[in-house]
Design a protein around this ligand. Sequence first.
Ligand code: AMP
Ligand code: ZN
Length: 116
Amino acid sequence: MNDCIFCKIVAGDIPSMKVYEDEYVYAFKDINPEAPCHILVVPKEHIASMDDITPENSGVISRIFEVIPIIARMGGAGNGYRVISNCGPDAGQSVFHLHFHVIGGCELPLHVFPEK
Ligand code: AMP
Ligand code: ZN
């Protein structure tokens, strides 16, 4: 996927603040953090979104969830964190390479719609 910004980050063609890397997973700090810890965890392989997870490529998803607790602690969210993946237009997905936001490092608001 030549045009994918996260593929370019994984390849090292665009700089990133790397937090974690293994054979299948890459994690880096979000450029526009919404909390003291805001890390993006991505499969190295290009998968566009959660809609594109299949039996063939889903092995990396379990790997991602195995390492998220390690990444959260490394990022200073040892006291609790939230994992979010925006999928599709209504969710506001802006980069179409599957990624999991790991957010923490402070007390997080409980609801997506705080006025509710
Ligand atoms: P989403 O809106 O869920 O697709 O999330 C995309 C995220 O990628 C946003 O939180 C952006 O701040 C982040 N982002 C975009 N470009 C970069 C980059 N070059 N390095 C780090 N984070 C980025
Ligand atoms: Zn990609």
